[in-house]
Design a protein around this ligand. Structure first.
Ligand SMILES: [Zn+2]
Ligand SMILES: [Zn+2]
Length: 224
């Protein structure tokens, strides 16, 4: 589900919106939707007739991480030496299962959508902020937040699953406006623009025109 604040009033939530995960969740169990994204590109689903194993996974929320039991089933389709497992899909409880060992709350992942769409927020500084918040949680034993590289891969994996429908609407132009202005810079430049000449917008060019700044009257602290 997309965050509530970026859904249009007529959009339907296609499953009941889970509550934010703020406390250690109960053990995460296998259900009919559990599957393995197999190494050959196919998919294997949970079979209640086959044996399962219980492992420990880490559940990362907005403020801290929890060590939680997770039920897995060895995948019958994947080669045995790959040690692949069928893992639960805990979306109904507000969790995103990245790789059966690291699980992330929707609240945490949606928080980054909110951050970069309100103000330009690169991944690394945001991950840094969350890491500091974790450090302040006074959790014992302490589980640190993940690295920026891992966060980037899993966030894109999550963003591909969120059903942002293609509908747009504007209070003045109605639904499907003819022109839509996209701000793509808030997260990244298009790949074709990334070359040796790409510079931050704050850089002053050699041939830039120099304008003297206008004096600001009645300054509070700095005398004119
Ligand atoms: Zn598999
Ligand atoms: Zn409009």
């Amino acid at each position: 589900l997309p965050p509530r604040w970026c859904m249009l009033p007529q959009e339907k939530e296609f499953y009941p919106r889970p509550r934010p995960v703020r406390e250690s969740p109960a053990a995460i169990k296998l259900s009919a939707t559990a599957s393995c994204a197999c190494v050959d590109g196919g998919r294997a689903f949970y079979n209640p007739g086959l044996p399962t194993v219980t492992c420990q996974c880490l559940v990362y929320t907005l403020t801290q991480a929890f060590a939680v039991q997770i039920e897995l089933q060895p995948c019958p389709r994947c080669p045995v030496e790959r040690h692949r497992y069928i893992g639960p899909d805990p979306r109904d409880t507000g969790l995103f299962n990245y790789n059966n060992s690291s699980i992330f709350s929707h609240e945490l992942l949606n928080e980054y959508i909110s951050a970069f769409s309100s103000a330009e927020t690169p991944f690394e500084p945001w991950v840094n902020q969350i890491s500091r918040r974790y450090e302040e949680s006074q959790q014992d034993p302490f589980i640190p937040f993940i690295s920026g590289g891992l966060f980037r891969s899993l966030w894109f994996a999550y963003a591909r699953l969120v059903q942002f429908e293609g509908d747009k609407s504007c209070p003045s132009c109605g639904i499907y406006p003819d022109n839509i202005i996209w701000d793509g810079v808030s997260i990244a430049f298009g790949r074709k623009h990334v070359n040796g000449e790409l510079e931050p917008p704050t850089l002053v060019g050699k041939d830039a025109v120099v304008h003297s700044s206008r004096p600001c009257p009645r300054q509070e602290w700095l005398p004119d």
